[in-house]
Design a protein around this ligand. Structure first.
Ligand SMILES: O=C(O)CCC(=O)C(=O)O
Ligand SMILES: [Fe+2]
Length: 501
């Protein structure tokens, strides 16, 4: 039911409009036009010139104004019409491609459900561990891969348009795949920006107090900034395969996909082993001076994953999360731009539901859906999120424990690294020691013993450091708890001041 409120708002507005439009003669075009106008009237615009296929699905609210007494979503589903759309799709998710294809011929309703792109995406991803060659849609990709004798290029891109099919779930899924980011989602830019600050300033103003900062100008000597574009990367990476969700793909195959992808959650290339796979990439960047202290390096080969190359089209990104193992991070944009929304550790973002032990986060909305349904509410919050657009050549510091969401506004390439410095060493050690470390610790095989291994390795490389940090932390805590002069002169019983010199 997430998102119903805003959807309802759209639906209501949409209906008001309906009486004075839809004068187009071609009924197919009429439905398309309605969907585009519905989005436009709500201040949403659709991406690109060709929105993805939606088979005429309309939001459920439109049904109440329909001249037809039937929702063809129901009439064509038989007895399973009582199930929610999610459940119908869950059941269809058990079918093979062939069975889905056959079932789609049973009724208009099954035609719409069985053509739901995420079903075909799952079939491709489950079966093509070595990547895939994307062909316009996930269904065509599946057919081209498993029925190569069938020429998918000959099949028109326009599917059938079903009349009087109403479903919030399917409509919202289509809308989120095709929405352009709204200006008001990008306008707020309240991050602190700094250029050319010293390491000491960075530590005392940002790292110690655990506050984000956007750093300008500190990638100026990165060869990557000049060199990395699509052609260069495809050339240097050759046949190397990178992690893209659950599959491993060659870079040119990934770009072929990302050029055509018009979906709610585009697959994101996110690879922690890029520098081992293509050592040349490692030579094109260096860690900015603020993040040079890297205490996990004492673990050698056993350190958890810590650096990633990130590539994705506009609309791809990372939904709300806190970075692994209580580390801090920096994220440097090499090409493109990214919208960031960050909440401090004590503020859980709206729409996000972490489990009590923090091991799981229920985040049922896609990034676009979060903006559609939750962003507005943060405007009235006392503790506003920190927001910015981080452009090529800029780096954002993400302090440990901060929730963050990131969406690429253009095709983007970035490098991110997570790190442990003396400022967050104790946090990280405490995190690794938690009783449910086996489900919390990530990026490494030996999750349970990582605390002891790390502690021993730090002791061996930096003897006495942990004890010194503990002492300093205790001193700081005692200082914070010490009553101030005004507290000490205040008479706690009367609330008045007492002067007892
Ligand atoms: O999508 C992005 O660039 C953000 C990546 C991120 O948050 C992370 O690596 O933890
Ligand atoms: Fe992150």
């Amino acid at each position: 039911m997430l998102g119903c409120r805003s959807l309802l708002k759209q639906i209501k507005k949409r209906k008001r409009r309906k009486s004075h439009k839809c004068i187009t003669k071609n009924p197919k075009r009429k439905i398309e036009q309605e969907q585009e106008d519905c989005a436009a009237e709500d201040g949403f615009s659709l991406k690109g010139s060709s929105p993805s296929q939606n088979y005429g699905v309309q939001p459920l609210g439109n049904f109440y104004f329909s001249s037809s007494p039937h929702n063809s979503r129901n009439t064509g589903l038989g007895n399973i019409q009582t199930l929610t759309d999610e459940l119908v799709l869950d059941i269809l998710g058990f079918l093979s491609g062939t069975d889905l294809g056959i079932l789609s011929t049973v009724s208009k309703s099954f035609y719409v459900f069985c053509n739901h792109e995420p079903l075909w995406r799952n079939l491709v991803l489950e079966n093509c561990g070595d990547g895939f060659l994307f062909k316009r849609s996930w269904k065509s990709t599946y057919v081209a891969t498993y029925q190569p004798s069938f020429d998918v290029s000959k099949v028109g891109s326009l599917g059938l348009k079903v009349k009087d099919f109403y479903s919030d779930y399917l409509f919202q899924s289509w809308l989120c795949a095709n929405l352009e980011m709204k200006h008001e989602w990008l306008d707020r830019d309240n991050v602190i920006r700094r250029k050319g600050i010293s390491l000491d300033e960075f530590i005392s103003n940002f790292e110690e107090p655990n506050k984000p900062v956007l750093l300008e100008g500190c990638l100026d000597n990165w060869p990557a900034l000049e060199k990395w574009d699509r052609d260069y990367l495809v050339k240097v990476c050759g046949d190397a395969r990178f992690s893209v969700g659950p599959v491993q793909m060659k870079l040119d195959d990934y770009f072929r996909y990302s050029d055509q992808a018009q979906e709610e959650r585009p697959l994101y290339l996110f690879d922690p082993k890029f520098a081992d796979k293509v050592p040349k990439l490692d030579q094109d960047y260096e860690v900015p001076l603020y993040f040079n202290e890297d205490l996990f390096s004492v673990l050698g080969e056993e350190r958890p994953d810590y650096r990633w190359i990130i590539i994705g089209p506009a609309g791809s990104g990372s939904s709300f999360h806190i970075d692994p193992n209580s580390t801090s991070a920096w994220n440097a944009v090499v090409k493109g731009s990214k919208k960031w929304v960050l909440f401090p550790p004590d503020v859980v973002p709206p729409g996000v539901h972490p489990s009590s032990d923090g091991a799981e986060v229920a985040c049922p909305v896609s990034i676009t859906e979060w903006f559609m349904n939750f962003y507005e509410s943060t405007k009235t919050w006392k503790k506003k999120p920190v927001e910015c657009v981080c452009k090529a050549g800029e780096v954002i510091f993400v302090p440990n424990g901060w929730w963050h969401l990131v969406i690429n506004l253009e095709d983007s390439i970035a490098i991110t690294q997570n790190f442990v410095s003396r400022r967050n060493l104790l946090n990280v050690m405490e995190f690794l020691k938690r009783p449910n470390a086996s489900s919390l610790v990530s990026g490494t095989r030996d999750r349970v013993n990582l605390h002891d291994k790390f502690r021993n390795a730090i002791e061996a490389s930096y003897p006495g450091t942990i004890d010194k940090l503990v002492l300093e932390a205790e001193k700081k805590k005692a200082e914070q708890e010490k009553p101030s002069f005004w507290d000490s002169v205040k008479d706690s019983n009367s609330g008045a001041f007492k002067f007892s010199f």
